[in-house]
Design a binder for this molecule. Sequence first.
Ligand SMILES: [Ca+2]
Length: 173
Amino acid sequence: MKKTIVKFTPLISLLILLVFVLYKIIFSSFEYPRQCGAVNPNKMSSRVPIYPYATSLTPDNAKSRSAEYIVDKNLATFAYPNQTKMGYLVDLINLYPIRMVEAVWKDYGIQDIYITQWVIDGCNEHGQWVILGQGGFPNSQITTLKFDPILLSQIRVRATGPNNAVLYELQFE
Ligand SMILES: [Ca+2]
């Protein structure tokens, strides 16, 4: 009896290994590759202050109005890429529960010669972009998006229009 168990042990080990390999292959086929954010971002409480870092996703043709101005907490300063496509990425570095995002366009949001399409999305805990809001001409100085809290590590705002659009601030909480 003891001999039989010893004989089957390598086979059982092999079977366990085979099942594990098959499981990994099948499981990985249901996983989507990470599109955004850090590989293992930390989950932070909403009480922890955020120090966001903004970068331009389009060639920054207006060097003096660079991305940092959209997160300087100053509604008088703005960024613009000096071209008809605007794209800014705000990196929160870690995951924070976010329930509101606000794009401050000021006058560039109430004249339809600047922005005719916009989309704001966020990078969730699975490293996937999720659309938080989108639309055409904002027809408002401020576009406010409110939703159930979602863990985000990055927020992205993109806008296009016939003329150079300007973004004064991307606020969130
Ligand atoms: Ca600003």
